[in-house]
Design a protein around this ligand. Structure first.
Ligand code: INI
Length: 156
């Protein structure tokens, strides 16, 4: 048997950046609240966390790229809410945001987490942002796991 790698959920010493979209702010501020809760619970120090607000989800990828290319962060978390009922260009925004975020991660090798929810209604959005589920919290847990996994595979 070869080697099995797993990322743990210890956030001590990790540096995490969050890009969060202001569009649908009542939803995204709750995603950010969940993200902050996860950072605290997993021991990521506040001084090691950076947050940047973008106008909409579409603008998340360039900000994620700036964070990733800075070399200062172990992982980047993107938070946003694209609600289908609210826009006829839902498909363009959601697809391009997902593609852009994936591209940043692939180009830089820094884990960039897709914490953008794409529900049909505002009610569903609120359910996923600290109601029935907490996608902001979940996104940070994935970021911590991925950051630690990359440190094991690629020790500096
Ligand atoms: N941005 C979002 O983050 N969520 C949305 O639901 C949304 N809608 O409905 O249009 C949205 N639009 C703005 C977009 O992300 C850009 O900021 C804008 O197109 C300027 O580039």
């Amino acid at each position: 048997m070869g080697t099995t790698y797993q990322g743990d959920l210890d956030g001590a010493g990790l540096h995490i950046a969050i890009a969060v979209s202001r569009f649908n702010e009542p939803v995204t501020s709750r995603l950010l609240e969940g993200a902050r809760k996860a950072l605290e619970r997993h021991g990521v120090e506040d001084k090691n966390v950076a947050v940047a607000w973008t106008p909409g989800a579409f603008e998340l990828p360039p900000v994620a790229r700036a964070f990733a290319e800075s070399g200062a962060y172990d992982a980047v978390v993107c938070l946003g809410a694209v609600i289908r009922g609210e826009t006829s260009h839902f498909d363009f925004i959601s697809a391009e945001t997902a593609r852009g975020i994936g591209q940043v991660s692939a180009d830089t090798g820094v884990p960039v987490i897709f914490g953008v929810i794409t529900p049909n209604t505002l009610e569903q959005a609120l359910d996923r942002a600290g109601g029935k589920a907490d996608k902001g919290y979940d996104a940070v847990v994935s970021a911590i796991e991925m950051a630690n996994l990359m440190r094991k595979i690629r020790p500096e």
